[in-house]
Design a protein around this ligand. Sequence first.
Ligand code: GRG
Length: 297
Amino acid sequence: MTDHTLDAFRSRCQARIESTLDALLPPLTVQPTRLHEAMRYTVLASGKRIRPLLAYAAGEALGVDAEFLDRPACAVELIHAYSLIHDDLPSMDDDDLRRGRPTCHRAFDEATAILAGDALQTLAFQALAEAPGLSAEARIRMVETLARASGARGMVGGQAMDLEAAGTPLNLAMLENIHIHKTGALIRTSVQMGIRASGDLVPDHAERLDHYAKCLGLAFQIQDDILDVEGDTSMIGKTAGRDRQLDKATYPALVGLAGAKEMASNLIDQAHTALEVFDSGADPLRWIADALLERTA
Ligand code: GRG
């Protein structure tokens, strides 16, 4: 490993992520071009790529070559992109802006946006099923992991719980349960991709990485809530969609801003503790954990 900073690690991964996504997405020269344009419009916009970065970082901790994680890392990003398109729809959060640009249904139309999300979801599983260099067993386990994390017992379930809870008072445990599913499941899966790609694994190491990912997923959401309250840069490129208008339960609302910051910081400490047995190969995971607390967008 020649990189010694998060920036260097990120730019090394970024090139792989962007070229893999570009190669996976259907070209604009092929029909139906409007659908393909909507898919590319959303996926190739400037996201933070946290989920694919985590997959590569978990792989690095376990000595997995990055090339084996190109497809798994991008499969998670494709699911994430689909979830953002559907989350922004008028029937959900009803947002006009995403990543600093009109949301997919605003830039195209609602039907195209729904179909683009659908097609991105299936593309994610195709990308995994056809991933080169991985054993059939690794690929099927990745497909299973991603399907579970994205579906009714994972992200979609979390979104459903969130919608059902709108307007009702939530306690901390209820809020945590929503976010563990809605946001956390996919972040956990990103790390799982690195674990699944590693053939030879000490069981304790898998558990530790999974614990790291669980802490990170929750800390990510708490930090998201903190950024919304603080002001704020997190609203750049977004509109006050229904999510924010309904006065939903958030961590700062339940435990105060200082309490939320303390919770996020404790979770990052726990994430670091989980990595204690790993050598410097786990440094990218450590850098990502620290950067999460410092993020402003
Ligand atoms: C509609 C099926 C369905 C699911 C939606 C994840 C999700 C479930 C909705 C996203 C809503 C949201 C804004 C949640 C807050 C945390 C979060 C996931 C933020 C967006 O992720 P980032 O910050 O976005 O990684 P970028 O644009 O950087 O990729």
